[in-house]
Design a protein around this ligand. Structure first.
Ligand code: ZN
Length: 280
């Protein structure tokens, strides 16, 4: 499942081809992905000028010169492909089956932007009047100014839930998933089962730094490609080569001087990797 860095990577790849461009053709090949697409999707998008391309949590939002924004979610396996004569030679990944191309947008210069989603857990919708049920309950963005260490401390205060679960809760901070929660907890030296409300403010401040740090590094690396994530150029992200704990069960801890061995446990049905010696 793409997390914030993967979605941000896709957004950055897409922006130069969409922002300031007009969509001249919309080819919608099925009525639904995870949920039905809006019945007037083609009508709203055709002829629309894209004025901005934003990311909120794991959603990409294309603002239009009309009373709606296009919302895209990549689900488990969604990929966006950009092709066109204006781009010269383009990457073609033979593993992509075009029968999973569900939505194709063509802009005025002939560039096509294709949403391919083999497993169809993704979503395409319209945000009207600035609100949408998928966006309504989201907490702060990790890079927002108002996501401060103090805010994180108060969001976790009194919570008995393990810190791993709290960080996956999109109401506390938006955009994190399994990979980056494991990596941030490792960097902060916090044990994933520790009760959220029982971690001191100094350690929470360290966690706050670790969250931003790991996300920034991952965005710079084009995200993590475990299964399906590709940058819009078709290239793999490469942050998976920088994981310190994720997927490293039984391997030595990478913290200088620790000497521990990475362990895997299951929390709420999902694997957590951590070092029992240096995460407390
Ligand atoms: Zn360790």
């Amino acid at each position: 499942m793409p997390e914030l860095p993967e979605v941000e990577t896709v957004r950055r790849g897409l922006a130069p081809h969409l922002v300031g461009r007009r969509i001249v053709r919309v080819d919608q090949r099925r009525p639904d992905l995870r949920w039905p697409m809006p019945p007037d999707l083609v009508q709203v998008l055709t002829g629309a000028l894209v004025t901005d391309l934003r990311r909120r949590s794991k959603y990409i939002l294309a603002d239009l010169d009309r009373d709606a924004s296009l919302l895209l979610h990549l689900g488990m396996s969604g990929r966006i492909r950009i092709e066109g004569e204006a781009l010269g030679r383009f990457h073609h990944d033979p593993s992509i089956l075009t029968r999973h191309d569900h939505l194709v947008l063509t802009t005025e210069d002939g560039t096509t932007i294709t949403l391919n989603d083999a497993r169809r857990f993704g979503a395409v919708d319209l945000v009207r009047e600035g609100s949408h049920r998928l966006l309504a309950a989201l907490g702060p963005e990790p890079f927002d100014e108002d996501f401060t260490p103090a805010r994180l401390v108060s969001a976790l205060a009194g919570k008995k839930a393990p810190i791993k679960a709290a960080l996956l809760d999109q109401r506390i901070v938006a955009g994190l998933g399994n990979i980056y929660v494991c990596e941030a907890l490792f960097r902060a030296g916090i044990h994933p089962t520790r009760a959220s409300g029982r971690i001191g403010p100094e350690r929470i401040a360290r966690l706050h730094v670790a969250i931003r740090e790991v996300l920034l590094l991952a965005i710079e690396a084009g995200g993590s490609s475990l299964r399906d994530h590709r940058q819009t150029s078709g290239e793999l992200g490469y942050f998976q080569h920088s994981f310190r704990v994720y997927g490293r069960e039984g391997q030595p801890c990478l913290r200088d001087g620790c000497g521990g061995t990475v362990r895997r446990i299951v929390q709420s049905g999902r694997s957590t990797w951590y070092c029992p010696d240096c995460q407390r």
